[in-house]
Design a protein around this ligand. Structure first.
Ligand code: GTP
Ligand code: MG
Length: 197
């Protein structure tokens, strides 16, 4: 898919106030600082469409962007920031779970995980939560520029093995780097393919 246009629409903390236009929607979620906003800029070829920061907790609201005038891309706040990660679903903010449970036009979520880290309970729990809620999702490994190819391969394999302890099938996954522009076509082509279904 070629990005012809990418525009910010609105920010808010209530799913009821999200845009009414019933077009397909894709949401990016993951721990604070994992690189959600940077990935959105990389995917859309825009330097600062979504605001990024080295400090975790930059994105605080549900942010809608309209792409090519025919689908929404959504940047969400990170989970697991502040009163971090007792392995409890309560660390997921209510307005985020409301968003996932109530946003009818959501086609698919992307759960971002840092490729350098071992699977974290909070990420696995969030995937479990999406599965139980019947929300399709893919995994996006971020910051692949930080590792050598062999280490990438090893970490992805370890991640998949842990997932297979609880999941019968592996979700789609993508290996990306926003700083080196890796994975853009793969993610956009996946969106295009599911968008047409
Ligand atoms: P919150 O909004 O706070 O939840 O964070 P976020 O997930 O949106 O992360 P953000 O995109 O703001 O990036 C966090 C930090 O990671 C920034 O310092 C980015 O420059 C850095 N970063 C993001 N993507 C990459 C990447 O692909 N490679 C490298 N090396 N750094 C990255
Ligand atoms: Mg952000």
């Amino acid at each position: 898919m070629k990005i012809k246009s990418a525009e910010f629409v609105m920010s808010n903390s209530e799913v009821a106030k999200c845009p009414k236009n019933p077009i397909p929607e894709y949401a990016f979620i993951g721990r604070s600082n994992v690189g959600k906003s940077s990935l959105i800029n990389m995917l859309t070829d825009r330097k600062s469409l979504a605001k990024t920061s080295g400090r975790p907790g930059k994105t605080q609201l549900i942010n809608h962007f309209i792409i090519n005038d025919n689908w929404f891309l959504v940047d969400l706040p990170g989970y697991g920031y502040a009163r971090v990660s007792k392995s409890s679903k309560k660390t997921f903010q209510k307005f985020i779970t409301n968003y996932f449970e109530q946003r009818q036009q959501l086609v698919s979520a992307f759960v971002l995980v840092d490729i350098r880290h071992k699977p974290q309970p909070i990420d696995l729990e969030f995937m479990q939560y999406l599965g139980e809620s019947g929300i399709p999702f893919s995994i996006i490994f971020t910051k692949a520029d930080k590792l050598k190819p062999k280490a990438i391969e090893r970490n992805v394999e370890d991640y998949c093995n842990i997932l297979l302890e609880t999941w019968e099938e592996l979700p789609h996954y993508f290996i990306t780097s926003s700083s080196k522009k890796i994975g853009q076509d793969e993610v956009l082509d996946f969106i295009e393919a599911t968008n047409e279904e």
